[in-house]
Design a binder for this molecule. Structure first.
Ligand SMILES: Cc1cc2nc3c(=O)[nH]c(=O)nc-3n(C[C@H](O)[C@H](O)[C@H](O)COP(=O)(O)O)c2cc1C
Length: 133
């Protein structure tokens, strides 16, 4: 049984481009080593993240993330067991999404899985506001 947490948060006015790049780097370095899958998006001063993996690992990482002073106003959208993880079959690495093209690729993937996995449909809808028109 896998476990997922999905949340949104906001940067501070003082959060720099360099801070965001460092967060992306830490995420891409640490998560694959801990068998954590998912996505991390940043846009318009907001983060959106889906974390999938073993419950203890995900809860422990989320505690660290909540204590991180480079963001605030963390709102949990999804936090429960899942029978079918979405992102483990999307890519072997953790997906830090930096371009619209990468986001569109993820949306297409989620779209093709929405019939078999309702969680996929929910995440598809949640990432919609991050598309740059
Ligand atoms: C929005 C946001 C998302 C983050 N996501 C992750 C993550 O998925 N994995 C991770 O290791 N650190 C993540 N971090 C960073 C952690 O809070 C922490 O700084 C990092 O795990 C420390 O890594 P280190 O022990 O390798 O220095 C995130 C931070 C923020 C602000």
């Amino acid at each position: 049984m896998s476990y997922t947490i999905c949340y949104v948060s906001k940067t501070y006015d003082s959060t720099s481009e360099e801070d965001i790049q460092n967060i992306f780097d830490e995420t891409q370095r640490n998560n694959p080593a801990n068998n954590i899958h998912g996505i991390l998006l940043y846009g318009f001063g907001n983060f959106f993240q889906v974390l999938e993996g073993k419950k203890d690992t995900i809860e422990s990482l989320f505690k660290t993330i909540c204590e991180d002073d480079r963001h605030h106003r963390i709102e949990v959208l999804i936090r429960h067991n899942i029978t079918i993880p979405i992102f483990a079959t999307y890519s072997s690495k953790f997906n830090v999404v930096k371009t619209n093209q990468e986001l569109e690729a993820i949306r297409t993937y989620l779209d093709t899985h929405k019939e078999s996995n309702p969680f996929s449909d929910k995440v598809h809808r949640l990432i919609h506001p991050f598309i740059i028109p």
